[in-house]
Design a protein around this ligand. Structure first.
Ligand code: SF4
Length: 571
């Protein structure tokens, strides 16, 4: 294999770089080198604020250089193979082998198979056990890593459990200290495994009972038996915003900035409310400082946070941006916290779309998921939306939730129709809204949430529910129904709830060019065991070794209470 990429690959990389603003190019010298990899295409990775902020964080550390790499585009993939080149970093075109660390940033489980593709294209052995001292240490972080890293345990040397701001500086300084004395990877990893928030799978052994459930999960040597998830106490010292601006992202001409982290609400299905605790917000003063960086570049400000409406000064921040002549868009606002002032600001800022997440059609099911939102609150918000004439309305719904019945699906359909009629009736001579888009996703019982014991709904049943919704709404003008295919929900569920053995399915899928259906048939592991099985309350989960600061026992009564809420909604 050639160390130098082919001319075509180099030209493509240079073309991307030429359109970027904010690329960091540091001299190699004696720096510790990291290639930060997003396991999807450039367009997807560069749209991810988490990925961008880690790039910035690494490069702000002393004696550290960080470059980026991505899953190549299809044509580049074949060009790498045709020209016998190895995958390389974007900034300096170095092959991965030249770096001290290969760091994957993980946001979506369904990208896991791309990790293997990337390692293969970089000519790096896929299995951690097959990478000797001459290879970089492969690390992974991001929300997937700290929910359940186990399906990737055979491929990754070290996981960062929690928020990177707390862990990366220590990781780098311990590494730099010990690297002076040894290149022995086992010794280096032993030192790194002592850091709070670092998980090195090779130092943990898992035993299974005859039914395939985990019997024990034990650490060996002197590493901690449980890993504490790290979280940053104060966000202000770490401004998190777009660091590289490029037109090749989903948010071109937009400057993304994090307003808050976590969520003070505890919806039973949602990982943000459970594992991003506690809810933290940035000060208005710091937010203004950050917004100015984007405004100076004449970029629209993209405000990021799980529930922006919870920030007590969000309207002051929005007014500030408008007063400075800027525009903004916002990720999400809770329906019950929308007010006239925030909607007015949205409109003033040129927003055309309002996104709401009723999650379900029935009030009963909203109580089950602990999202206490009444239909009245939805319609009160719609009054304001209608008054300000937004062109598009987007509604998020989940299906396959615990205790969901046919009646709940009927209510989802009815609610959607009522929403449309309500908006149309409120503005009889207006053409607004032009479209109401429903985005329907299957519910995934995620680790460390109160629903972690619950099974994923069968694919056939999800398909039937989707068909019913689609059939009932396809004659309704202005309504568009979109959904995630249940088979991808199934895969996400498998990869978020699996143990180490699921790595075999990933390996098989990698050899079958991503064909998971064939992979399921090829390996001696039943994926349904991880997805469709109702878990026992005392079962050991693959992710139990992660300490989120909330005991597993405390989630059991919440789960039981939710299941008990099965009385039908009274009209
Ligand atoms: S669904 Fe929204 S409001 Fe509920 S916990 Fe998650 S982020 Fe918070």
């Amino acid at each position: 294999m050639s160390r130098l990429p082919s001319r075509i690959l180099l030209e493509n990389a240079k073309a991307l770089l030429s359109e970027e603003k904010g690329t960091v190019k540091k001299p190699w010298g004696r720096n510790t080198t990291v290639v930060l990899v997003y396991p999807n295409r450039y367009h997807v990775g560069m749209s991810n604020l988490g990925f961008q902020s880690i790039y910035q964080l690494f490069n702000n550390l002393p004696d550290t250089l960080c470059e980026r790499s991505f899953l190549p585009e299809r044509e580049e993939h074949w060009e790498l193979i045709r020209s016998q080149s190895v995958l390389f970093s974007l900034e300096s075109f170095h092959p991965f082998r030249d770096f001290h660390f290969i760091a994957f940033s993980l946001s979506f489980e369904n990208d896991y198979v791309n990790i293997l593709t990337i390692l293969k294209l970089a000519n790096i052995p896929l299995l951690s056990s097959e990478r000797g001292d001459e290879y970089p240490i492969v690390i992974a972080g991001g929300v997937c890593a700290f929910l359940n890293p186990e399906p990737l345990a055979e491929f990754i040397d070290l996981f960062i459990i929690g928020e990177a701001e707390e862990v990366l500086p220590r990781l780098l300084s311990v590494y730099q200290h010990h690297r002076e004395k040894t290149v022995n990877k086992e010794i280096l990893l032993t030192h790194l495994a002592q850091i709070e928030g670092i998980y090195v799978p090779r130092f943990y052994q898992v035993h299974y009972d005859s039914s395939g459930k985990i019997k024990s999960f034990k650490s060996r040597g002197e590493v901690p038996s449980r890993i504490k998830r790290r979280s940053t106490r104060k966000l202000d010292p770490f401004p998190t915003h777009s660091s590289v601006i490029t037109p090749h992202t989903e948010f071109s001409n937009m400057f993304l900035m994090e307003v808050s982290r976590g969520c003070s609400h505890r919806c039973n299905f949602c990982t943000i409310g459970c594992v991003y605790q506690p809810y933290r917000k940035r000060s208005l003063e710091k937010l203004k400082e950050t917004a100015i960086i984007g405004l100076k570049q004449h970029l629209k400000i993209g405000l990021i946070g799980a529930t922006l409406s919870d920030h007590p000064q969000i309207t002051s921040l929005c007014s500030f941006i408008i007063k400075e002549g800027g525009k903004f868009s916002a990720t999400s606002m809770r329906i019950d916290l929308f007010d006239e002032e925030s909607i007015r600001q949205f409109k003033k800022s040129g927003a055309q779309t309002i996104t709401l997440a009723p999650e379900t059609g029935s009030e009963r099911l909203r109580r089950v998921i602990n999202k206490h939102l009444s239909d009245k609150q939805i319609f009160d918000t719609l009054e304001m939306i209608a008054y300000h004439r937004f062109r598009y309305l987007k509604l998020y719904f989940l299906i396959g939730l615990p205790t969901e019945e046919a009646e709940d699906i009927e209510q989802l359909i009815e609610l959607t129709k009522k929403i449309k009629h309500h908006l149309v009736k409120s503005q009889p001579r207006s053409r607004y809204p032009e479209t109401i888009t429903l985005s329907i996703n299957p519910f995934i019982p995620k680790p460390s949430t109160p629903f972690q014991w619950h099974p994923f709904e069968h694919i056939t049943s999800l398909k039937n529910k989707l068909r019913k919704i689609q059939k009932s709404l396809n004659k309704e003008r202005k309504i568009v129904v979109t959904w995630d295919l249940p088979k991808w929900g199934y895969l996400q569920c498998l990869l978020s709830r699996g143990d180490r053995r699921v790595g075999k399915i990933l390996m098989a899928a990698h050899h079958l060019e991503g064909n998971f259906l064939k992979a399921y048939r090829q390996v001696d592991i039943n994926p349904d065991f991880y997805t469709y099985r109702q878990r026992e309350l005392d079962e050991i989960f693959p992710w139990d070794f992660i300490d989120h600061g909330v005991s597993k026992q405390s989630l059991i009564p919440i789960y039981k209470k939710a299941l008990a809420m099965n009385e039908p909604t009274k009209e």
